[in-house]
Design a protein around this ligand. Structure first.
Ligand SMILES: *[C@@H]1O[C@H](CO)[C@@H](O)[C@H](O)[C@H]1NC(C)=O
Length: 388
């Protein structure tokens, strides 16, 4: 077991890391603007297909920006903001571009103090000049800002896109990973977006670790341990080896799974404004069931004891519940973290292969049991409960 789980672990670590390795060269350097607008720096922002161009004069605290992003729907909005007090959306001082009631593109400012509806307001910086245009599916937001303090060289920035504007009020944006990761720290004089800042890098790492640990433990090791228990013990020669294999597989799955579960709780507690309640509740049920299963090992009545039959029913029932919930929750997790589709497909293939192996072993087990019963005529048919 150890070697195959190591192979799997290596496979998943390599695959997940390859998802996040830097690759393409900047697109923004080839973007040009009408009216001879020129900027000293530009960045391909790491989320929402957005680009930022800017020039900064620290002596005057003047920041000239062009922000380019596709709104979530054609009638939607795009926003770029500085957060002077924190990272993320709450506290951000936002510029939002959209088409106003008269059908003209406009830029308004918002002091975003909560997750509630937005109202236009004064912001932390002065806006000397702003405008927006919509073409080729993207909104270009231009603004000249005067920052209220001298000597600022790094700002936390946040950007966002939304699907709709109702009565002049920009509507709620989605809470997909792109919408939640669209923030970072911007070095105004060095022309690089420190992707997400330290806090977010840790968060991205934690998401990856959460995914890897849980896919390996709940999604792969637990099912393998169940297959071992169900099919190996049909063969008298595999007794008691199957039991130790089963127990060590499930205990390691549990150890890895608890670590993965812990990262999930931490991620959940840090994710403000969005809760994945199904994924969370299934995760908590899985942890509870698995903890009961591991403790049940210690309470197992000895062979032949009158309660052993009931213990078996309960242990197998909980085991199959874990199997089903675990697979559902791994797929829910894929939906939330949205890695490239190939990783979801790869897991699907792993589960399909395990399912195929189980079906084959099921057939063999029945054949073996029927043959054995014919030759002995006395034993009960294999029912999954009495053969240990
Ligand atoms: C923005 O709103 C917060 C909370 O209501 C307030 O404390 C802050 O002074 C406001 N900022 C500006 C620039 O008005």
């Amino acid at each position: 077991m150890a070697s195959s789980s190591q192979v799997l672990a290596t496979f998943f670590l390599l695959s997940i890391f390859s998802l996040f390795s830097p690759s393409k060269s900047a697109t923004c350097t080839s973007q040009a603007f009408a009216n001879n607008r020129l900027y000293n720096f530009c960045n391909d922002l790491p989320a929402l297909n957005s680009y930022l161009h800017w020039s900064y004069d620290p002596a005057q605290s003047t920041l000239n920006i062009a922000f380019i992003a596709p709104p979530a729907r054609p009638g939607g909005w795009v926003s770029w903001a500085i957060n002077p007090t924190s990272t993320g959306m709450v506290g951000s001082q936002a510029l939002i571009a959209f088409r106003d009631a008269r059908g003209e593109m406009t830029v308004k400012t918002y002091n975003v103090s909560s997750y509630g509806p937005l109202t236009e307001s004064r912001v932390w910086y002065d806006v000397r000049d702003s405008s927006a245009e919509f073409s080729d599916g993207v909104i270009r937001l231009f603004a000249t800002l005067v920052l209220p303090e001298k000597g600022i060289t790094t700002v936390n920035h946040v950007w966002q896109v939304g699907p709709s504007v109702t009565g002049g009020v920009p509507g709620k944006h989605d809470f997909q990973p792109g919408n939640l990761n669209s923030k970072g720290s911007l070095d105004l004089l060095r022309g690089q977006s420190i992707n997400g800042g330290t806090g977010d890098n840790i968060r991205t790492k934690m998401r990856n670790i959460h995914g890897i640990l849980n896919v390996i433990s709940w999604g792969i090791l637990f099912p393998i341990g169940i297959i071992i228990a169900r099919y190996l013990r049909t063969f008298p020669s595999a007794d008691p080896a199957w039991f130790y294999l089963h127990a060590s597989c499930q205990v390691s799955a549990y150890a890895i799974g608890v670590a993965g579960w812990g990262t999930g709780l931490k991620l959940g507690s840090e994710s403000k404004g969005v809760t994945y309640s199904y994924h969370r509740n299934i995760g908590i049920s899985l942890f509870t069931l698995a903890t009961v299963q591991i403790s049940a090992l210690l309470l197992r009545p000895r062979k032949g004891h009158k309660y052993r039959f009931y213990w078996n029913i309960y242990h197998h029932g909980a085991g199959y519940a874990i199997l089903i919930l675990a697979i559902i929750n791994v797929f829910k997790g894929f939906d939330i973290l949205k890695p490239e589709p190939k990783w979801r497909d790869a897991y699907f293939v792993v589960i399909a292969v395990l399912g195929g192996i189980a079906a084959l072993l099921e057939a063999i087990t029945w054949m073996v049991t029927i043959r054995r019963n014919k030759s002995r005529t006395s034993t009960k048919p294999y029912d999954g409960l009495t053969t240990d």
